[in-house]
Design a binder for this molecule. Structure first.
Ligand code: 0O2
Length: 235
């Protein structure tokens, strides 16, 4: 996830939408309406990202007051590009021209990634966040307890959070990914491999095996560092 994008659509994204809509024979006024609606929707997701990030910043402040450490190493946020939303909607054979369809079916338009030093911090923060009374947890995927077959580890939580607009309160979905620094390091490298097109099948398979071994080593490192931390804390 990269830094949050500006709230209004980039010109090339607008062109991408125009192209998709023109395939559905949308007229110019329909396109204008759609463009306005999707711009507004992205702005709401941006607000939801800010709400969630602030919640983690508040927890971080409080926890670092009581312990002699900050539980959060860094927070990254990203708004999915409209091009990739469209691509996902089309892949699922859904109607790209319906804003409702987009909101209902794509849960990771707003993404917040929280990177912690230790595994226990991930779970402690996740609980404090999920227990807040304006947060509705829609789905939890615990890839730390149940890693993906390739070795991917992370805690994913899809939540609904309210944003308060001038005349209304709107519930927005946000995907929160929580992981340790070691898991983030691994995930970035694996991501790089996944998107590398010019790799031979043989090298890809070998790299996947090596990455899986690294994921296991890295998980072991996370466990041992956690133990060392408790020894230092309790001595
Ligand atoms: P990006 O560019 O990070 O947004 P869904 O999102 O529901 O269609 P799925 O597989 O059910 O797909 O969701 P899941 O498993 O919760 O994974 C969603 C996101 O987790 C991905 O988003 C990645 O960011 C991350 N992720 C999941 N599996 C892996 C993995 O094996 N390796 C790495 N590096 N990241 C992973 P996107 O949209 O794929 O990408």
């Amino acid at each position: 996830m990269e830094n949050t994008k500006p709230t209004s659509l980039e010109e090339n994204e607008a062109r991408g939408i125009a192209e998709i809509l023109s395939r559905g024979a949308a007229n110019p006024s329909e396109f204008e309406r759609y463009f306005r609606q999707i711009n507004e929707l992205m702005c709401y997701y941006q607000c939801a990202i800010m709400e969630v990030e602030t919640k983690f910043r508040v927890l971080e402040k409080q926890l670092s007051m009581h312990h002699d450490k900050s539980p959060i190493d860094s927070i990254q946020t990203r708004l999915k590009s409209t091009a990739s939303i469209m691509e996902k909607i089309q892949r699922r054979n859904l109607d790209v021209t319906s804003i409702e369809t987009i909101e209902k079916n794509i849960h990771d338009i707003a993404g917040v990634r929280v990177i912690c030093s230790f595994i226990d911090d991930v779970y402690e923060l996740a609980k404090s966040f999920a227990d807040q009374d304006d947060i509705t947890v829609l789905e939890v995927k615990d890839y730390i307890k149940n890693p993906k077959p390739n070795g991917y580890r992370s805690l994913h939580i899809i939540v609904e959070v309210p944003i308060f607009l001038k005349d209304e309160k709107r519930m927005m979905k946000v995907e929160v990914q929580m992981r340790t620094i070691a898991m983030e390091f691994w995930s970035n490298l694996e991501h790089k491999m996944r998107y590398k097109k010019s790799m031979s099948e043989k090298v890809r398979r070998e790299t996947e095996d090596e990455l899986f071994a690294c994921a296991e080593l890295s998980a072991e490192l996370d466990r041992r560092m956690q133990e060392v931390f408790y020894i230092i804390e309790n001595d």
